[in-house]
Write a protein that binds this ligand. Sequence first.
Ligand code: SF4
Ligand code: SF4
Length: 326
Amino acid sequence: MRQVTVGSSGLTLSRLCFGTFTLSPHLAHLPFEEALDLIRFAFLKGVTTFETGKDYQTRHLLRTALARGYEITIIDQASSYTYEEAEVHLAESLAIFEKDEADVFLLSDVRSPEDWLLREPAWRYLEEAKAMGLVKAIGISTASVEVSRQAIARPNLDILLTVFNVYGLGLTDGTLSELEEVLRQGKEWGKIIGATKPLAGGMLIRDHLSSALSFVFCHPLVDLVSVGMVRREEVENCLSYAERGPVDRPVISAPPLPLRLYILDRCDGCEACIPVCPTNALFLREGTAAVLEELCDACGKCGPVCPEDALFLVPDLRVRSSASEQ
Ligand code: SF4
Ligand code: SF4
């Protein structure tokens, strides 16, 4: 597995990073031991970097993985705003993982330049924490091109984790080519570039899996790709791209499961997704979006228009459970 080294920190990050949000109780509903088994499987295959966050509810999984001796690097994050909040959030992370120094800690989901302005005190704390030896590398995660542009100009920022996929889906401002320009500059300035949402929250799985994975894993400006995975076949599939570059078609050794649309609690009922659904599967119920599952054909058109990032397509593990019960 290709690795990238973060500056002089001594940290190395694997090109395929396991984004654990899909393992959270919000989405996949995998039993704890099954989720842990998937993490172990990925680790034994060479995936050493795992992304989590305060709101992911997956830190306990990674803590157990560490306790079982897996030598993994953790990218953790929190949506801190004030100096004190950031201090508490990093301290929580250190306590959960029983570390004196965190590997990577990010300000998560910086939404706009205005949002980052509000979060300056939290960023200042992260800079100080790094200087104090409480964290090896710091950065932000974002879906904004403008925020990415500002991030790479920060001398103390080590890692930029940005939404990056073949169609630029999920970017809240700017275009894919504008983002590539920013990333090119970021590379020149020595920043580590991480791509998140390579499959646009699952929206590219059904029709564009191969081209979407080829794009990010073969992109010369991308150092690591964080992918949410819920099955061993998906891990192997991503590994084939991370290690070998483009492959003709996805290497999935088992028939793909049907996809299911999940709508997270963060939906604020803006209704933007409803008119884009070609099968009229979405509607508003008690102020938030709901889906008629029998109408949803997992086309992936709704996710990219959601300003709250509340829509995800993931393999429907209920299908596998009911099959194994028979
Ligand atoms: S995935 Fe496609 S069919 Fe399903 S709700 Fe979204 S837009 Fe409609
Ligand atoms: S676009 Fe997102 S926030 Fe708006 S109603 Fe749909 S799911 Fe909810």
